[in-house]
Ligand binder design. Structure first.
Ligand code: SAM
Length: 223
């Protein structure tokens, strides 16, 4: 079995969109307790098909969950502060990842606006790590310049971060429905061949959780 019911959301997304293929190099942000690691590893096919899964979470993952083999590795780190060059160093042959998943969410406070804002920060971080802060910023600057005023984006050491998602790669981000969440989707649109929303059937009816699915990162020149 799976260590959490969140597994069924990724199973459905995977069925509909085939994000992960045999041989994919997967980065799973916010991976604890490890259900998506299980689904991701299964999606790679048999071990002789290759591929890899790197999971990151603030919390330690009790490995190995069922269905996970030696292709799955996990580290404990804060995704908000982990620099992209360190992530790249952890990717296969330092070539980045072909799939990035983010199921990160803050501890829910119950205050709707606060939860949504934190969720957007985590989602934005996933997008930044995937496509590079500069790319995300330049697109953003076309429409709205709010982002540059944000405190977390003023740190010059992180301004030049380059993304760790390979050209052609796929990105999945969990968000809570809000205006800012829509904005993340607007930013992603020109960068990917296709981007769409999905609310998995396994999501509780009361939940405002929604997944942004971005397929096929375009080469730099086409963005
Ligand atoms: N996909 C996971 C699974 O299937 O087992 C469930 C993920 S759970 C819904 C969200 C996770 O995001 C939590 O384990 C939490 O610790 C993690 N998280 C939240 N903020 C984070 C951060 N800044 N860095 C790393 N992980 C974070």
């Amino acid at each position: 079995g799976y260590v959490a019911r969140s597994a069924f959301k990724l199973v459905q997304i995977q069925k509909q969109h085939k994000l992960i293929k045999a041989g994919s190099s997967v980065l799973d942000l916010g991976c604890a307790p490890g259900a998506w690691l299980q689904v991701a590893c299964q999606s790679l096919g048999p071990p002789n098909h290759g591929g890899s899964v790197l999971g990151i979470d603030l919390k330690k993952v009790k490995v190995p969950p069922l269905h996970c083999d030696s292709r799955v590795k996990t580290i404990s780190a804060d995704v908000m502060t982990l620099p992209s060059h360190q992530l790249r160093a952890l990717s296969p042959q330092q070539k980045g990842f072909s799939v990035i998943l983010s199921d990160m969410c803050p501890l829910v406070s119950g205050i709707t606006t606060k939860d949504a804002a934190l969720s957007v920060e985590l989602g934005m971080r996933a997008l930044d790590l995937a496509v590079g802060r500069r790319a995300a910023l330049s697109v953003y600057a076309d429409g709205d310049d709010n982002r540059e005023g944000e405190q977390s984006h003023d740190d010059p050491s992180t301004l030049a971060e380059t993304g760790v998602l390979q050209v052609g790669g796929n990105l999945l981000i969990k968000l809570l429905e809000s205006e800012d969440a829509k904005e993340i989707s607007q930013i992603s649109k020109p960068l990917f061949r296709k981007s769409s929303w999905l609310r998995p059937k396994a999501t509780r009816p009361s939940s405002r959780e929604i997944y942004l699915i971005c397929l096929g990162l375009k080469p730099e020149a086409e963005k």
